[in-house]
Design a protein around this ligand. Structure first.
Ligand SMILES: NC(=O)c1ccc[n+]([C@@H]2O[C@H](COP(=O)([O-])OP(=O)(O)OC[C@H]3O[C@@H](n4cnc5c(N)ncnc54)[C@H](OP(=O)(O)O)[C@@H]3O)[C@@H](O)[C@H]2O)c1
Length: 298
């Protein structure tokens, strides 16, 4: 199975070192985030593993320290469903870190039953988009100060099914777990595009990564028929380490080989959906997100 799979996913590798560089990976206690943290630590980077659950985060950091000799990893608490937690996390980063070269907005929740964040927003839009939007806003000064630096937003091919429902962004009228996930992932793509435009001149670039279908805990909330259908395609499903390749690719590739604002999949630039390239929607989403978070970000 491994051999046949490798025909579809050619194994990408790079020996670029990241000594002296600092990265934050959100949702790093499991899945793609944990593998990303492990890879970056193996290249010598200092990695801050931003995790909702401190116990799980510390356990994951210990796992990496056991597997990677000399790994410089540290777990910190971050709940993207709570703007107070995001503020505390960012404050802690400014108090402890001199630089931040890579912000990897990876954490995600998918297809969960309707619930809301501490600030009252629908959970998938709140965590996947608003939480990362706010985190990036708070950390931007440090990213600018550390330029050249990069923001990597982990989206999904599901963005192509998404529509930004400005009239009901939090799906209060009609919640559909798959549509809400797709909307939040389209928001990731549009956020990257608009962010890239605003920060290019400041030395901060931004990339969207679509990791492909990866065997993680992500579909824990999905309905059983969907879980079973995905299992049937397990032949094509990537391991979490394979799922991390494109993120690492966007970290280590020379800037001249990457397009800021671009969409990356299978370690290559590719096109997002048409909706993912709609600059008018990206701009409107930016303004609405600022309004929801009561921030000014011009
Ligand atoms: N797996 C796939 O096939 C696939 C496909 C396309 C895109 N993606 C994207 O890849 C990213 C990583 O997903 P994964 O597959 O690795 O899923 P995963 O194994 O479920 O990991 C998700 C991570 O996000 C964290 N998280 C969830 N809610 C959070 C919150 N409120 N605050 C902070 N962290 C939170 C989780 O923490 P807990 O463990 O505490 O819940 C976990 O660490 C997601 O953005 C997902 O949309 C995945």
């Amino acid at each position: 199975m491994q051999t046949i799979r490798s025909l579809f996913y050619s194994k990408w590798s790079s020996d670029v070192r990241l000594d002296g560089r600092t990265a934050i990976v959100t949702g790093a206690n499991t899945g793609i985030g944990k593998e990303t943290a492990k890879d970056l630590a193996g290249r010598g980077a200092r990695v801050i593993m931003a995790c909702r659950d401190t116990v799980k985060g510390e356990q994951a950091a210990r796992d990496i320290m056991r597997e990677v000799k000399g790994a410089k990893v540290v777990a910190r608490q971050l709940d993207l469903a709570d703007t107070k937690s995001i503020c505390q996390f960012a404050e802690n980063i400014y108090n402890t870190e001199k630089a931040l070269h890579y912000l990897i907005n990876n954490a995600g929740v998918a297809m969960c039953p309707y619930s809301t964040t501490a600030d009252g927003y629908e959970m998938q839009f709140g965590v996947n988009h608003l939480g990362h939007f706010f985190l990036t806003f708070l950390l931007l000064d440090l990213l600018k100060h550390s330029a050249p630096s990069r923001v990597i937003n982990v989206a999904s091919g599901a963005h192509a099914m998404g529509k930004i429902q400005f009239e009901d962004l939090c799906n209060e009228k009609n919640y559909h777990p798959i549509k809400a996930y797709a909307q939040s992932k389209l928001a990731n793509v549009l956020f990257t595009r608009e962010l890239a435009k605003r920060t290019e001149a400041l030395g901060v670039s931004a990339y969207t990564v679509d990791p492909g279908m990866v065997d993680t805990e992500l579909i824990r909330h999905a309905k059983r028929p969907l879980q079973e259908m995905i299992k049937r395609f397990s032949f094509f499903v990537k391991s979490p380490a394979e799922g991390a390749y494109t993120i690492v690719y966007c970290v280590v590739s020379p800037e001249t080989k990457l397009i800021t604002g671009g969409y990356y999949k299978d370690c290559a630039y590719t096109e997002s959906s048409r909706a993912g390239k709609d600059d008018g929607t990206a701009l409107k989403l930016w303004a609405v997100s600022c309004h929801m978070l009561t921030i000014r970000w011009r």
